[in-house]
Design a protein around this ligand. Structure first.
Ligand code: HEM
Length: 161
């Protein structure tokens, strides 16, 4: 790391999209806040352990995103969206909510899903895809259901009005 760059970091100089990974498309600026994740985290480390920590959460999210893009029902909603960003932000969101040691830097749920035309059937399908990914990781059903209950109230923000 160059001296100048280290100095900038130390001074907390603003950097464009500091959380973005290489390969991500740029998005319109927004205020970063853990509350954008849409749910308060679980207390304690039980849920993080049930999901096998950050490694397990990453495997679940990667599978969920790949299944969603390839899915016959909801695949077309994901077509042309930024898969690199979605994998990162979804991982952060799940990791934050599961209290596995992350902060969430993505957009709030209403902004992220605005004008996508998402219907109830799409939501149900996504839940099935997530269940498949959690089961593939060996997450027990009680922990799966506790997590799904946390996500359930976000339906209102995601579904097309
Ligand atoms: C409770 C349910 C859901 C949660 C927790 C969730 C979570 C997220 C998160 C964290 C992001 C990324 C935000 C960002 O880029 O800053 C996102 C984006 C996205 N979501 Fe969801 N989502 C949900 C439901 C759905 C459903 C039902 C669909 C479609 C079937 C969907 C399709 C998408 C797409 C296509 C994007 C990419 C948007 C873009 O790149 O501009 N989501 N979602």
């Amino acid at each position: 790391m160059s001296f100048l760059f280290s100095l900038l970091l130390l001074q907390g100089a603003p950097v464009a999209a500091p959380h973005a990974m290489p390969g991500e498309e740029t998005v319109a600026p927004y205020a970063v806040d853990d509350r954008n994740a849409g749910a308060a985290p679980f207390v304690g480390d039980g849920m993080a352990k049930a999901f096998h920590g950050q490694d397990g959460i990453r495997r679940i999210v990667d599978n969920m995103v790949e299944f969603s893009f390839a899915d016959a029902v909801i695949g077309e909603i994901f077509a042309n969206q930024d898969k690199v960003r979605l994998k990162r932000t979804l991982f952060e969101q799940f990791c934050y909510i599961l209290n596995a040691g992350c902060t969430y830097t993505g957009r709030d749920m209403a902004s992220a899903h605005k004008d996508m035309g998402i219907q109830k059937a799409d939501m149900n399908r996504l839940v099935e895809v997530l269940q498949r990914a959690m089961t593939a990781e060996g997450v027990d059903f009680q922990a799966q259901n506790r997590f799904l209950s946390k996500l359930a109230p976000m339906r209102r923000a995601v579904l097309q009005k």
